[in-house]
Ligand binder design. Structure first.
Ligand code: BMA
Length: 365
């Protein structure tokens, strides 16, 4: 039988009930679990049982050859189920834009987040934000003091906090039909070990990067945001020291992840395996040592150009490292080669259906 996220959620809920029942009377008086703690338990259960939730960026709002339709998803059209994780990007929210940097209207995004939550799925967020002071986009790396200006000057700090408040308020506004907060994963300041974002290695000292995280987390905590799990997601790293170099600390992070893409087609396969297994090895070992969750936070092979990529490349990696979820990037509607999940009719559909049917992977109906 195909494992669904709903089944895992039910198992996790019953596990929580058992552990609560075993608590000593003094402990029973403690506050109930937060939404984030419940999501953490679900992800831990998935990994402990050898399951990996499959995720796709912007899955139900556009696909390879459609945009803005309702009830569609390239993944659904290929395998009959939705991804268990949907990733969204908040870039633009900090400026009060009505749509994000890829033109996804935030009101539609919010509707789909709640629908994903209602079907037992999980929502995760990246943030390609504009610089709070200079308004350059995430890829604007000319200013090497771009992080320092935010964490060390009063104007920078105020601008940063304004941007953070927009995201914190968005998360606080996510309520299900019973009025309960919807738990989500937030993955700010991602791929910082690369040099392509203004918070990356070329634009931030180690200490300033950590400070950025601490301010971010502090601002959310001050607003009482308790429905967020925090994910740390470097790009590929060649040593455990590099992986942990800019880790802000256990009190700020719940999920240790890695963003690693398959480049260079078939010839790039050995490098993809090497980098993914190495970096996810660092992530999973550190996560186990620190009582954290591990995840393959972003991956993919553009155009799924390697035959049977899902069964020949991704599945062996997911079977080798105990990650709780994996997310592949988006199927752009306006860039014909820019897609990471197959769409109906693509040659990799058969491999994707095998990937879907494998007992390791989790989707939602
Ligand atoms: C990149 C590409 C861009 C997109 C950006 C932010 O990887 O997909 O087209 O604008 O992510 O989502």
């Amino acid at each position: 039988m195909k494992i669904t996220a709903t089944a895992i959620a039910m198992a996790a809920a019953s596990m929580l009930a058992v552990s609560c029942a075993k608590q000593a009377p003094a402990e029973q008086g403690q506050a109930a679990s937060t939404p984030a703690e419940n999501l953490r338990a679900r992800l831990e259960t998935a990994a402990a049982e050898g399951h990996v939730l499959f995720g796709h960026h912007d899955d139900p709002v556009y696909g390879h050859s459609w945009n803005g339709d309702e009830g569609r998803s390239d993944v659904l059209e290929v395998c009959g189920a939705y991804p268990a994780v949907m990733n969204w990007d908040l870039g633009g929210l900090e400026n009060g834009d009505a749509a994000n940097l890829d033109s996804v209207p935030f009101d539609r995004m919010k509707r789909e987040i709640l629908a994903q939550d209602a079907r037992g799925g999980v929502n995760s967020f990246s943030w390609h934000l504009r610089h709070p002071l200079t308004n350059v986009d995430s890829w604007g790396t000319a200013d090497t003091a771009s992080v320092s200006a935010l964490v060390h000057t009063p104007e920078g700090r105020a601008a940063l906090e304004k941007s953070l408040d927009a995201v914190a308020d968005f998360f606080l506004s996510l309520k299900n039909s019973d009025g309960e907060p919807v738990a989500v994963i937030f993955r700010p300041w991602h791929e910082h070990t690369g040099g392509w974002f203004w918070w990356g290695i070329a634009n931030s000292s180690v200490d300033d990067y950590k400070e950025l995280w601490k301010i971010t987390r502090g601002r959310f905590d001050a607003k009482g945001v308790d429905n967020v799990l925090w994910a740390y997601s470097p790009d590929r790293c060649d040593s455990p020291e590099k992986y942990m170099e800019r880790y802000p600390g256990d009190e700020y992070v719940d999920i240790l992840g890695a963003d690693i893409y398959h480049f260079g087609g078939v010839e790039g396969t050995p490098a993809y395996f090497r980098d993914a297994l190495n970096t996810l090895g660092f992530a999973t070992r550190e996560a186990a040592r620190r009582g954290k969750i591990a995840a393959f936070t972003e991956t993919g092979c553009e155009s799924v150009s390697v035959p049977d990529w899902y069964t020949e490349c991704l599945l062996p990696i997911l079977s080798a490292v105990p990650v709780s979820y994996v997310t592949v990037w988006r199927n752009a509607h306006d860039k014909p080669q820019h897609f990471y999940a197959p769409y109906a009719g693509h040659p990799s559909c058969q491999s994707f259906v095998k990937f879907y049917n494998n007992p390791v992977t989790v989707f939602v109906k």
